[in-house]
Design a protein around this ligand. Structure first.
Ligand SMILES: [Zn+2]
Ligand SMILES: [Zn+2]
Length: 200
């Protein structure tokens, strides 16, 4: 049975819980969660990467809380609103990606990296021009830096948020799957999609 080591912030905690609900759990894979809600990349907890076996899986959700500077959001009526945003600068983002790459390089197991789930399409009061293209830019940069390494599988977030086969490009549809504009109503369908990559 393969062990899945999960690293990231709140999404990773919820994915871990959802993976434990699948029929393949404890049959084809085990889970060890290192997720830490609200964490930025520099605060992530990691397993001992060098001791991960070849047949095991490192599943990382590296983006999210690092997209913007300062205080991210405020909560009103269960929604995590983001009024304005200040982009993190390209240099520190690049440093973060390089750090991610060197961490992944220490792991001999299968490495799966999930791109940033869209976040904070909160309400009409906070339209945030450029917010979608900025999130897409960071995802493209993640691909740009990691895609050259054949030992890393990058999973497009849009391909796993829906049970349908088509990618969700429409942010209204995407947002409808989230209850607070960041977290999903149901992580089990996402976990089901991820299992295919885990067991592949
Ligand atoms: Zn936030
Ligand atoms: Zn809002």
């Amino acid at each position: 049975m393969r062990t899945v080591y999960i690293v990231g912030a709140s999404h990773s905690v919820r994915i871990e819980e959802a993976l434990r609900q699948l029929p393949e759990y404890n049959v084809q894979f085990n889970v060890l969660g290192f997720g830490k809600s609200g964490a930025k990349f520099s605060q992530f907890r990691w397993p001992d990467l060098e001791s991960i076996d070849q047949g095991d899986v490192l599943l990382v959700f590296p983006l999210g809380n690092d997209l913007i500077q300062g205080k991210c959001h405020f909560k009103r009526n269960r929604i995590l609103h983001l009024q304005n945003y200040e982009q993190t600068d390209d240099l520190s983002f690049r440093i973060q990606l390089n750090l991610l790459r060197s961490k992944l390089g220490k792991c001999k197991g299968k490495k799966i990296v999930v791109t940033n789930f869209y976040r904070h399409f909160c309400c009409q009061d906070h339209p945030k021009p450029g917010w979608l293209s900025y999130q897409n830019l960071r995802n493209a940069q993640l691909y740009g830096l990691l895609d050259t390494d054949p030992s890393i599988t990058i999973v497009n977030h849009r391909k796993i948020v829906s049970d349908t086969n088509r990618e969700l490009r429409n942010t209204v549809q995407y947002r409808a799957l989230q209850y607070d504009s960041v977290h999903f109503k149901d992580y089990v369908p996402i976990a089901k999609k991820l299992v295919k990559y885990i067991l592949d």
